[in-house]
Design a protein around this ligand. Structure first.
Ligand code: BYC
Ligand code: FE
Ligand code: FE
Length: 474
């Protein structure tokens, strides 16, 4: 099953050649995808040779294949994790029944919508990041950006495949629409909030790959539990790629923190701007922004949608098998609801709190990364600590969308929030400063921008100063 036929125009391990109709449909979608990639993919680097990892099969060997490729020649393909024999639905009202290999009619619309929402984020992130190459801190980082971009492109393929293979004509229309919406566009924006935020500097990029790609990890974990087996198998394979995106975010911020700590010592001051570094309070503001917009991606704290996804066996909890009760019909979840100027605890039926359960797992995972960053500060003898703001801070979706709080989560007035906004979120001045550090890209293999320290290792045994991206012949 996991053999990949690579001389096909669409590499795949789903025996695409046996389904001529589907193959034809996807071959018609492929040039549209490439058109989108050329228009909205990384700006100015389409003809460069990039040292990329390409999945040529789903087993470990094929997975670790590295070579120079021009991005438009990347072998975007369709890879599903192997089916698990005898797999049954692991949660909800259909607990224990065999998984579905076809879409159950009564769940068709809901499943399509989940797949479209997931699929929409993938090209959106490529669009958000398309200008970053022009301000890269090193060739190592430039290559990592492009690795992520092509893989998000492949994630789009994963969802387009499900739409084409299981949703007939409306699936094909949705797959086209995935190429038609544009991040940040006033008339046809991407579906979810965070994917319309500009991500035009590298501090934002590392925060995005740490916080927003991590939403991806948890949403994919929840979808990997799905009773719709093709969705489960697709998302399980996507998760293997996702790990690298979060690695880039986590180590990217670690490297900035390390450099800032060095400059703080050198300058004997917290203010490293005179030395061209990114000061910790500025990092905290970017963290506050990307964490809060990423928290929104989990949906409302109380959600009847989430309850039906769970009841119907469409979307579970991350690592469902670590829970003891897979029906979740009993028990409640305590949520602090804003009411008349204070927070009042309300016990919500567990199924209605599934978004919050997933968000809990996410918050914990984020905290682990922040602890690592703080460890760098601690061992440098610096007292400052980065921290996750309250999950009530700066929210636009859910229970806390219409209130204002400080980063500790205390209710404040709109005026008080507006007055202090620039202390908590990147101000125009902060953004200009961060961008000013990145005005010129660094393309010399042995150079690294001043505001970030070099990584501990290069890629696939190559040195850090390897020429990971080189100008093509043309
Ligand atoms: N922005 O019942 P509720 C990734 C809507 S990231 C705008 O609370 P539900 C990646 C919601 O649609 C992972 N609208 O929400 C990362 C609903 O609309 P309707 C992406 C939002 O349905 C980096 C209404 O508000 N995958 O892969 O429980 C780079 C009421 O909401 C937002 C998925 O999201 C928002 N933030 O949950 C590349 C998985 N949040 O029905 C890639 C699939 C909610 O009233 N999606 N709304 O019109 C889902 O599971 C769910 O749709 C959500 C929303 C968790 C997103
Ligand atoms: Fe993705
Ligand atoms: Fe990702």
């Amino acid at each position: 099953m996991s053999d990949v036929i690579n001389d096909e125009r669409i590499p795949n391990n789903v025996n695409l050649a046996s389904d001529k109709k589907l193959q034809r449909a996807l071959m018609q979608w492929q040039p549209k995808f490439l058109g989108w990639w050329r228009e909205m993919g990384p700006q100015g680097f389409q003809e460069h040779d990039v040292f990329l990892r390409t999945a040529i099969s789903v087993d470990h060997e094929g997975w670790a294949h590295f070579d120079y490729v021009k991005m438009p020649d990347y072998r975007w393909g369709i890879f599903l994790a192997d089916p698990v024999a005898g797999r049954t639905i692991g949660f909800g009202d259909h607990l224990g029944q065999p998984v579905w290999t076809e879409v159950p009619g009564e769940h068709r619309n809901t499943l399509r919508r989940l797949i479209v929402t997931q699929g929409d984020t993938e090209p959106a992130s490529v669009e958000q990041q398309r200008a970053l190459g022009q301000s890269c801190p090193s060739l190592y980082d430039l290559r990592n950006l492009f690795q992520i971009n092509v893989e998000e492109g492949r994630h789009l393929w994963a969802m387009a495949y499900l739409l084409h293979s299981h949703f007939g004509r409306d699936g094909r229309e949705e797959a086209d629409a995935l190429l038609a919406r544009r991040s940040g566009d006033a008339d046809r924006p991407r579906i979810l909030g965070a994917f319309n935020e500009p991500c035009t500097d590298w501090l934002s990029f590392f925060m995005f790959t740490f916080f927003t790609d991590r939403d991806g990890k948890f949403q994919l974990l929840a979808l990997a539990e799905s009773g719709f087996d093709p969705l489960s198998r697709t998302t399980r394979f996507m998760l293997t790629e996702e790990a690298h995106h979060m690695f880039v975010g986590e180590t990217g911020i670690t490297r900035i923190v390390r450099r800032t700590a060095e400059l703080m010592k050198q300058n004997e001051s917290e203010d490293v701007r005179p030395l061209g570094g990114i000061d910790l309070p500025t990092m905290q503001k970017y963290l506050n922004l990307w964490y809060s917009v990423s928290l929104d991606l989990f949906g409302g704290e109380v959600s009847s949608n989430a309850a039906s996804f769970f009841a119907d066996g469409l979307k579970g909890r991350a690592k469902e098998d670590t829970f003891s009760d897979h029906r979740a019909l009993e028990g409640t979840y305590a949520i602090e609801m804003p009411e008349d100027g204070k927070f009042v605890r309300q016990d919500v039926a567990l199924r209605n709190a599934m978004n919050e359960v997933l968000r809990d797992a996410y918050v914990q995972d984020c905290q682990r990364g922040v602890d690592k960053w703080n460890e760098v500060l601690r061992s440098a003898g610096i007292g400052y600590r980065l921290r996750l703001p309250s999950r009530r801070f700066h929210r636009r979706i859910g229970t806390y969308a219409d209130i204002f709080t400080d980063p500790e989560g205390n209710l404040i007035s709109r005026e008080a929030f507006e007055r202090q906004r620039d202390l908590w979120l990147p101000s125009a001045d902060d953004q200009n400063y961060v961008k000013s550090l990145m005005a010129k890209p660094i393309f010399a293999p042995n150079e690294m921008a001043n505001w970030i320290s070099p990584p501990a290792h290069g890629i696939k045994g190559r040195p850090v100063d390897f020429e990971y991206v080189r100008r093509g012949e043309v």
